[in-house]
Write a protein that binds this ligand. Sequence first.
Ligand code: FES
Length: 190
Amino acid sequence: MSTSSSNGCCGCRSGAGSPRRGFLARLAALVLAMVAYVTPAIASLVAFLNPLRQKSKSGEFIRLAALDTLDGTPRKVAIVQDRTDAWNRYPNQPVGAVWLRKVGENEVKAIHVVCPHAGCFIDYDAANHRFMCPCHNAHFDLDGVRLEATSSSPRDLDTLEVDYETKDGVKYVLVKFQNFRIGTADKIEA
Ligand code: FES
């Protein structure tokens, strides 16, 4: 029993070291937890907030409409594509729209709906057979050419490449969908 009591003193000394070791162990565990969980969470947040990392397939020809459903009046058609970011794929997301108009028996013109000035959506002014931007009152003819000598828009509306394909006897209109920089006189892919 007395031996046990004397060992108790030694236990007191070793008891003084244990809380320190315990603290260091908890600190190491905390650092490891931060590396394991917090770093990926921050990277995930950065990727989520960074639009440059959320990509849709740009510059691909997309089938938009059967040719015989179009005529000389502009028709707005939505662009639906898959979008991806660093972790996820979002199928069938609306990513834009184009104006389609038949300009010949077998020919279609495609114009981007985004105004080159500040990015508002262009409307079709049916009463006056022209396009107009509601934000700064700019007007364009049906080919997208600016009508005002001092237009707010730095360039004409952006036209898009058109192609055609026939499937099961139906001729379809394909459009190469691209976005362009706004606020520039030149048409530059965004
Ligand atoms: S955004 Fe179209 S004229 Fe300004």
